[in-house]
Design a binder for this molecule. Structure first.
Ligand code: FRU
Length: 485
């Protein structure tokens, strides 16, 4: 344990020296969480502890591509302004460290509180091709310094129904009992193993809680569970299957006593190219979700500036009509610094507005009667409008399309989602940052998240209906958003 502490102090010193340099580069985002330096992937251990939100993340501080995994750490009072803290976990023990191989480390996991302590459960990886992944516990009494417990690995092996790909434990508590769901698979199907504990150290295997229906992936990474009176929801990041690498939610009913999950529905959480490994936190009556705003196979040009990977804005997840909706957390309203435009109940033929690199655009539009054309929002560089991305709602095909190919550094898939709206209005809430776009359509019924790489900072937006006939804007606001980090 001592070796880990020395290691971390040294690391933190290096990061804060270099971090200053990185923080000034033009590729930094304004209000999205990013690592100070180095590589970041999944959010981990998302929790409120002693009145503050803590966010941990898969972190490789010594390079801008994936390497031996550490847990980076930050805290915040409002989920928007983050203070970087020392690295919480570094590979140091036989179960999470083997410098003789390429991939190893403290893989993804989650957090809980026990009395006054902050407790992390994470996967130890020391060559997952040969050696089974294990589950481990680290405890902190000050929320900053963590000790790996001597009893590690607390779950040393995978159950017989699973395989050595056995990772990303998500802790949750029902009454006075902790549970942990762990992502794994059998020969062909992604599945979740369920464990139970009274003290977080001794774990009993209960059985397989849920399994892919054959189309939901061959391995389930980064599970989450939302329990509610009516429907329960699982959120998983599936590998392969028809939803390859697009995180899904599965609705149904969970039985924790005799593990089973009766599926009743499924949905794609976000149709973008850059959304993976979401983690949810249940706090003060809300379910808050944050995800890695990137993907394993995405190009990351910010690596030239010494950092790769960012988080989405925090989103509130709500349950309506048996499905999940995601909306920007209400705290985001506090970073609207400058209202660039406001319109209410106006008939327009099109709508144009110059906007800043960090903007929110919120619309409510009246769909013209019997209209079966498209409504298109184009975001373009002011000087060169061929540099752009387009969000189109095609009412005829009932489809939403986000095409960012003119703002991309590589050939990316054009994102397509079903348009599920049935009313006579359309609602958009769009968050733009230096190199990202997050679109929330119809109050979070559909979300699409992409990294984009515009050349210019100043942008302009244009909204049109394809028949050029006037349409009614019930409400439109554009805001410049503040820097938070
Ligand atoms: C998901 C994931 C996890 C794993 C982690 C390693 O993106 O593959 O399953 O724990 O990343 O960094």
């Amino acid at each position: 344990m001592d070796s880990q502490k020395v290691n971390i102090t040294e690391l933190t010193r290096k990061i804060s020296e270099k971090g200053q340099v990185v923080a000034k580069t033009p590729s930094r985002l304004n209000y999205h969480f990013m690592p100070q330096i180095g590589w970041m992937n999944d959010p981990n251990g998302f929790i409120k502890y002693k009145g503050e939100y803590h966010l941990f993340y898969q972190f490789y501080p010594h390079g801008t591509s994936w390497g031996p995994m550490h847990w980076g750490h930050a805290k915040s009072k409002d989920l928007l302004h983050w203070e970087y803290l020392p690295v919480a976990l570094a590979p140091s023990e036989a179960y999470d460290c083997d410098p003789n191989i390429e991939g190893y480390g403290c893989f993804s996991g989650s957090a809980t509180t026990q009395n006054d302590d902050l407790v992390l459960m994470y996967t130890g990886d020391v060559d997952s091709k040969e050696i089974p992944q294990t589950q481990n516990i680290a405890i902190s009494s000050d929320g900053i310094n963590f000790d790996k417990v001597d009893l590690n690995p607390v779950i040393p092996n995978f159950p017989k129904e699973a395989t050595k790909d056995f990772r990303d434990p998500k802790l949750f508590k029902v009454d006075d009992t902790w549970y942990s769901v762990i992502g794994t698979h059998n020969e062909t199907l992604g599945e979740l193993a369920l464990y139970r504990s009274k003290d977080l150290l001794k774990w009993d295997y209960l059985g397989i809680l849920a399994q892919s229906n054959g189309k939901q992936g061959t391995m389930w990474e980064c599970p989450n569970i939302i329990l509610s009176d009516k429907n329960d929801f699982l959120i998983v990041s599936p590998m392969e299957g028809t939803v390859n690498q697009k995180p899904i939610y599965i609705s149904g009913k969970a039985n924790l006593k005799e593990p089973s999950f009766k599926q009743s529905g499924q949905g794609i959480l976000d149709y973008g190219n850059d959304f993976y490994a979401p983690q949810t936190m249940d706090v003060d009556g809300r379910h808050i979700l944050i995800a890695w705003m990137s993907q394993w196979f995405s190009k990351m040009p910010t690596a030239d500036d010494g950092w790769s990977g960012a988080m989405t804005i925090p989103r509130e997840v709500t349950i309506k009509n048996g499905r999940l909706y995601q909306t920007p957390i209400k705290e985001l309203e506090t970073i609207r610094v400058d209202q660039l435009r406001e319109i209410k109940n106006q008939e327009v033929t099109h709508l144009e507005q110059d906007i800043s690199e960090a903007s929110e655009l919120k619309f409510n539009l009246q769909i013209p009667e019997n209209y079966a054309g498209t409504i298109e929002l184009e975001i373009a560089d002011c000087e060169d409008t061929t540099q752009n991305c387009k969000l189109t709602v095609d009412l005829k095909k009932s489809e939403i399309i986000l095409d960012c190919s003119n703002y991309s550094v590589e050939q990316r898939e054009i994102c397509k989602a079903p348009y599920e709206g049935t009313g006579d209005t359309i609602d958009f809430d769009i968050f733009l940052d230096t190199n990202s776009i997050e679109a929330f359509i119809n109050n979070g019924e559909t979300t699409i998240t992409n990294r984009i790489y515009p050349e210019a900072k100043l942008k302009t937006m244009k909204l049109v209906c394809d028949n050029q006939k006037p349409f009614v804007v019930n409400a439109f606001s554009a805001w410049k958003l503040d820097k938070t980090i």
